[in-house]
Write a protein that binds this ligand. Structure first.
Ligand code: FAD
Length: 564
């Protein structure tokens, strides 16, 4: 029997479901309704269109061979009848129909389905503060938003803009507008940007963004948009500061579009997304839901989360299509919340749980380490990577990894994501077989090296001290001997300035008498990335020092101000 599959939503998850269903079933009738004017938009590309990486907006809706994915393409190439600017207004599960309205003509209609797919996406949150309707305030969620911001960029009229929200989209927008020559201030309610990172790594990113001339204000939410003649003129913050600007981009997260589902009495979950089972099936077995409008299982914690990511939207669509066509046959196990973004010369990525999240999720014995290392041999244009590896000390299982820096972040996050999904332990990773050649990585890949350091820490071979722990000790005035094991030229060029003693590793054996006589005194060792620091610590322990610690990641992972 030919089945009729109706899809609501035509950006990522909807078209993926429709296209996969077509590949599996050449006879099904497939109809897709899309509220927006375009189909299959590459939303993740919006910041790069706004920032001028490419100039033709059609590239966002084209196939790799340059064919626009419009209704004619969907019909001819995929055998899918797509309606654009047509909003589905209601779902009637009792009759197995939906009603829709053409937003251009006002014409309304009703159509039946055998299987329905909801892929309605998400809507950006807007802070409930006065002045939010002023002209010059936007989000970056739709093609229209992208076109507006691109026009703003091209007009050259805006000199100052404020980005509200230091998450992934906010920071990508910050870069895009900054590249257009606009002075940007990012305003964040929380104490840090990029909440998927722990504070220490987020701070490294923040410092990088600031060196690129964008201002970042944390811990200070927007309280009012101020305007002149109906147009934005400034943003007021909680501390009373006013930031003059002609443009504000709001990027404080999204909420799932669940209204249709709610009105159809489908179950909505605890996190506010449409509730689905592992087959992507809603509480009505003939209705599936995919993409940003649903909530999914966090694979490590088992808890429900909202995970509005483009890769997941596509994967979920693929699973739903197989189940619709073949009967519930494949499952979607959930997410470990893997993400990555580019920020000027750096990238930032994360997978699994941050240290903070792992503790909050109830892991009792969380252990972490921060490492810093070049991503290739030094003779191959190596770039720095700062990494934080988080594990459950009781089992050794890797729980999360974060990585920032100018090096190849994405590759390391991908490696860690596979290890986490495979439930690998630190010891498993320590002997993993990954590809190696100098253009691509050091002989021991950075992710494996981080596992070695964490293993050393778990086994007590290395007593690591995180930058935040060290800073607390400094602020408390703890009596420590601080040893910088680098060379003099390095010290002259860059140093922490926290009362450290410079004794290069190569001179340590000869200058051991400069160390404290008290063998129980706390000694903190470091260098640029704390490899020489670790070797210095090992040497000192062999000399009978009992309380030697290594500053994790060394100077390159130091998130605080340096003397130099
Ligand atoms: C600027 C930006 C950058 C991003 N960067 C990344 C990234 O780098 N990596 C990543 O993984 N993710 C990224 N994302 C997230 C990613 O784009 C989304 O997760 C993905 O688009 C979700 O797909 P979706 O189909 O569920 O929802 P959407 O893309 O939101 O599409 C839903 C569609 O449904 C339509 N619709 C809604 N209601 C109705 C209705 N009643 N009737 C008919 N149609 C309806 C809407 O018009 C919309 O086109 C980014 C998002 C943005 C905005």
């Amino acid at each position: 029997m030919t089945q009729k599959i109706v899809v609501i939503g035509g950006s990522a998850a909807g078209p993926k479901t429709a296209a996969k269903a077509r590949r599996l079933d050449q006879h099904a009738e497939i109809v897709l309704f899309q509220k927006a004017p375009d189909l299959s938009m590459a939303s993740c590309g919006y910041p790069y269109y706004v920032g001028g990486t490419f100039d033709d907006r059609n590239q966002l809706v084209e196939t790799p061979t340059g064919v626009i994915r419009d209704t004619a393409f969907f019909l001819k190439a995929k055998g899918i009848t797509a309606y654009t600017q047509t909003e589905v207004t209601a779902i009637r599960p009792d009759k197995k129909t939906i009603t829709y309205k053409n937003l251009l003509t006002g014409e309304e209609g009703e159509t039946s389905y055998d299987k329905l797919v909801i892929a309605t996406g998400a809507t950006p949150n807007i802070p409930p503060v006065p002045g939010r309707d002023l002209k010059g305030i936007t989000t970056l969620q739709s093609m229209q938003d992208a076109e507006y911001l691109r026009a703003v960029r091209d007009s050259g009229m805006v000199k100052h803009a404020v980005v509200i929200g230091g998450g992934l989209i906010g920071m990508e927008t910050c870069e895009a507008l900054n590249l257009a020559g606009i002075e940007i201030t990012v305003v964040e309610l929380l104490p840090q940007i990029l909440m998927f990172l722990d504070w220490d790594l987020a701070k490294i990113l923040e410092t990088h963004v600031k060196t690129k001339a964008a201002r970042v204000v944390t811990n200070n939410p927007v309280t009012e948009f101020l305007g002149t003649d109906g147009h934005l003129s400034a943003v007021r913050l909680k501390d009373g500061a006013e930031l003059p600007c002609q443009l504000a981009v709001i990027a404080i997260g999204v909420r799932p579009n669940v209204q249709l589902a709610r009105e159809a009495k489908l179950a909505v979950g605890e996190r506010g997304g449409i509730a689905v089972n592992e087959y992507m099936q809603t509480s009505d077995p003939d209705i599936y839901a995919v993409g940003d409008c649903i909530e999914v299982t966090q694979r490590i914690t088992g808890k429900k989360v909202l995970a509005p990511f483009g890769d997941l939207a596509n994967l979920e669509g693929r699973v739903a299509a197989q189940n619709i066509v073949n009967g519930n046959a494949v499952t979607f196990p959930g997410t470990i919340q893997t993400g990555v973004c580019k920020l000027f010369d750096f990238a930032a990525g994360s997978t699994g749980l941050s240290e903070k999240a792992a503790r909050e999720c109830g892991f009792k014995n969380v252990v972490s380490v921060v490492t810093a290392a070049p991503d290739k041999p030094h003779f191959m244009d190596a770039k720095l990577l700062v990494m934080k590896l988080v594990a459950d000390a009781d089992t050794g299982r890797i729980l999360g990894m974060q990585c920032v820096g100018p090096g190849d972040v994405s590759k390391r996050v991908a490696e860690a994501a596979m290890a986490i999904m495979g439930k690998m332990t630190v010891t498993d990773v320590a002997t993993a077989d990954l590809p190696y050649a100098p253009p691509f990585s050091p002989a021991i890949d950075n992710f494996i090296a981080a596992a070695h350091v964490l293993e050393n820490k778990i086994l007590g071979r290395m007593k690591g001290l995180s930058a935040t722990e060290f800073k607390k000790k400094l602020d408390a005035g703890d009596d420590m001997f601080i040893l910088d094991a680098r060379g003099t030229p390095e010290f002259d060029a860059m140093r922490l300035g926290v009362g450290e003693h410079l004794i290069p590793l190569g001179a340590l054996r000869a200058r051991i008498q400069e160390l404290p006589e008290d063998k129980d005194k706390e000694i903190i060792c470091y260098c640029k990335i704390s490899l020489r620091g670790y070797e210095a610590a090992s040497f000192l322990e062999a000399q009978g020092y009992t309380n030697v610690k290594v500053l994790e990641g060394g100077i390159m992972a130091w998130p605080y101000e340096r003397e130099k």
